[in-house]
Design a protein around this ligand. Structure first.
Ligand code: BF8
Length: 658
């Protein structure tokens, strides 16, 4: 039983199976209720979203208000200053984009700081693991590599990439990767990012009272900030993590709560920065700590991940993964977690209280993110194991005196994840002719109808994982290859769709390609910052040829069907600005029938970019994405090829039947 003092009174409660399709989460939600412990699922039932905020019809950027407009009659009144509904909504949207970009770019800058400190010799526990990637990125950035020391090349790369953040004028370095025509559109629209700090600063300025009061102009700066994330901060985070820790390649992983072991010391790492997790890997391999665990009666140390840093770790090391965003509280209900270690982003504050109920220590490690009730053991990159060894010692102490009932749902699923864009290149093209040509050819000949990115969070306003899984099933059934990042891929891994065997659920064309190559129809590409890998894959598809001249020409679409974070809004905006039709589920912070709505959902496409879409039903989302892919196929003149392939397939079926 949990600590009696922390028992929370019961309120309105829906059946767990109405709230999640994850069986382990449902089991632990039921247990939490039995134990009288309230979770986010329950709080969401008992707190309706603010209806004015949900329509983005409230302005609180000055203190003459907050001003409330009526979404049902949006132009009937304005704020005290005269701000219209369009100004108010675009300012609110801008602040979300700025916050999301700040999260990813601060993460990316932290990775770059680590890179510099390693190069300068101040940090000795990490090193450049992937010289090949370093040279590849350096060459792309026009850095001389011939006959030079690796360290000198790396330092030049550091200086070049630092511009992503600090540059006050010019264009961020990774625009070199953007297809020419896409870049032309950005230049025409004045949305090529200079440096992330400058762009975020300008957006915060422009969205303040009395500054930018034209929704279309505010949207331009939103795009500029969002692009500074996707082609800037996030891309740097991905590339530096690959250089320091290795580029992922496909690895079989175990996922779900059954990865916890009752007879071992279970340590969960949940967050976003891979350096903490990398050091945890070193600590749990420490013979003295393994012995200490055994002396405490445990069979060993069991390190597992959750959310995004977990995704980075299973992609690089095959570390087991316990679940996605809406399982981070429920996993504590197992009583089996001896330490939950967190760094930054997507850490629910309530974890501290739930952890306390089950006598688990919630350990914060990052100076940017402390939680009341959590124990803080600060992580310093120059002596990382001081922190992570101490965490292991604390976890062993808790194992010795668990003092709570342990109940682990015995559910383990497997998947194959870790598909970097480099690996897609190699996988389809082979060692000696690595290229995107086979992917493009299969799209042109219609075996693959198009590519969809299905990414992002869980949100307790939706049945956990349901939309992710049904949407992806529908897409692959229609020959759409799915690429994934973030919590979404854990939903699909739990549903068994990230294995090569899942090819039988795909349409005939995609199935044939998957079976020939031996790949799953759903490819996990890593954490949310690794959406940059999807951008690079799109750029490669354009450069390879045959599918148009800009990203906006590609038969691709994106979706975050259960999103909850501001980071997702930023990601959505950078995909839209890059040329991708992007559909969001759950809710969208906007009032329909307004000029700002028309701008985001229609007009951006006329400017040569992508556009936003919104739907909550997975089959409707799939319909919208497939219709868009077909529209692009038609514009490219390859819709006929697809019809021919389908006839071939029908012919083959007839032959088989004969
Ligand atoms: O960055 S998918 S819930 S964990 S925000 Fe968060 Fe959403 Fe998960 Fe990672 Ni991304």
């Amino acid at each position: 039983m949990p600590d009696e003092k922390k028992v929370i009174p019961k309120k309105k409660q829906l059946d767990p199976r109405e709230l999640t399709t994850c069986e382990a989460t449902a089991m632990m939600l039921a247990k939490a209720r039995k134990d009288g412990v309230e979770l986010a699922f329950d709080r969401a039932q008992n707190m309706k979203p603010c209806p004015i905020g949900a329509d983005s019809a409230c302005c609180k950027h000055c203190f003459m208000g907050p001003c409330r407009l009526n979404a049902k009659d949006p132009y009937a009144k304005t704020g005290v200053c005269g701000a219209t509904i369009d100004t108010i909504m675009s300012r609110n949207f801008a602040r979300a984009v700025a916050a999301g970009c700040s999260a990813h770019t601060d993460h990316g800058m932290a990775m770059l700081d680590l890179f510099r400190e390693v190069l300068e010799g101040h940090i000795k526990d990490y090193e450049i693991k992937n010289v090949q990637k370093l040279l590849y990125v350096a060459k792309e950035m026009d850095i001389e590599t011939k006959d030079r020391e690796i360290k000198d090349i790396a330092m030049d790369l550091y200086k070049e990439l630092e511009r992503t953040y600090t540059q006050v004028d010019g264009e961020i370095p990774f625009v070199k990767r953007v297809p020419e025509k896409t870049l032309e559109t950005w230049r025409k629209e004045g949305i090529v990012p200079r440096g992330a700090m400058r762009e975020i600063m300008e957006l915060m300025h422009r969205s303040a009272i009395g500054v930018d009061q034209h929704y279309a102009n505010i949207t331009k700066q939103c795009s500029r900030v969002a692009l500074a994330d996707g082609w800037g901060g996030s891309m740097v985070a991905t590339e530096i993590a690959d250089i320091l820790f290795g580029t992922p390649s496909p690895v079989a992983i175990e996922v779900n709560m059954g990865v916890l072991k009752e007879d071992q010391v279970n340590i969960i790492v949940h967050g976003h920065e891979p350096n903490l997790f990398e050091s945890m890997v070193a600590s749990v391999a420490e013979p003295t700590l393994i012995q200490a665990a055994k002396d405490a009666g445990a069979k060993g140390l069991n390190l597992v991940g959750m959310c995004c840093s977990g995704l980075e770790m299973f992609s690089r090391h095959g570390t087991p993964h316990a679940g996605n965003f809406m399982s981070t509280e429920t996993i504590l209900v197992t009583g089996a977690v001896d330490a939950m270690v967190v760094d930054v982003q997507c850490i629910k504050q309530a974890l501290a209280q739930v952890a306390e109920c089950y006598k688990t220590q919630l350990i914060t490690t990052n100076p940017r993110a402390r939680i009341e009730g959590g124990k803080h053991i600060e992580f310093h990159e120059d002596k990382p194991k001081d922190c992570t060894d101490e965490i292991v010692i604390q976890a062993i102490g808790r194992f010795k005196n668990r003092g709570v009932e342990v109940e682990i749902p015995q559910i383990v699923n497997t998947g194959v994840h870790g598909f970097s864009h480099e690996y897609i290149n190699y996988m389809l093209g082979g060692t000696f002719r690595a290229s995107y040509t086979p992917l493009n050819d299969n799209i042109i000949n219609g075996r693959i109808r198009g590519v969809a990115g299905v990414v992002g969070c869980n949100n307790p306003r939706m049945k956990q994982d349901y939309v992710h899984v049904e949407l992806v099933k529908e897409l692959i059934k229609n020959d759409v290859l799915v690429v994934q990042t973030g919590c979404s891929q854990i939903a699909l891994a739990k549903a068994g769709l990230t294995t090569p065997e899942a090819a039988h659920l795909a349409g005939p064309g995609l199935k044939e390609v998957c079976e020939t190559v031996g790949m799953p129809p759903v490819l996990g590409l890593g954490a949310c910052v690794d959406n940059s890998r999807i951008l690079i894959a799109c750029a490669e598809m354009v450069k390879t040829g045959g599918l148009g001249e800009s990203i906006a020409d590609l038969p691709v679409a994106g979706c975050a069907p259960e999103y909850m974070s501001e980071k997702a809004i930023t990601i959505g905006q950078y995909f839209v600005a890059s040329g991708v039709f992007t559909v969001f589920g759950v809710t969208f912070p906007i009032t329909e029938g307004t000029k700002f709505h028309k701008h985001l959902f229609e007009e951006l496409e006329d400017l040569g970019m992508g556009k936003w879409g919104f739907a909550t039903d997975p089959f409707e989302i799939a319909r919208m994405m497939i219709a868009h892919i077909d529209k692009k196929r038609k514009a490219l003149g390859i819709d006929k090829a697809r019809e021919r392939v389908l006839m071939d397939m029908a012919d083959r079926r007839d032959m088989d039947a004969a």
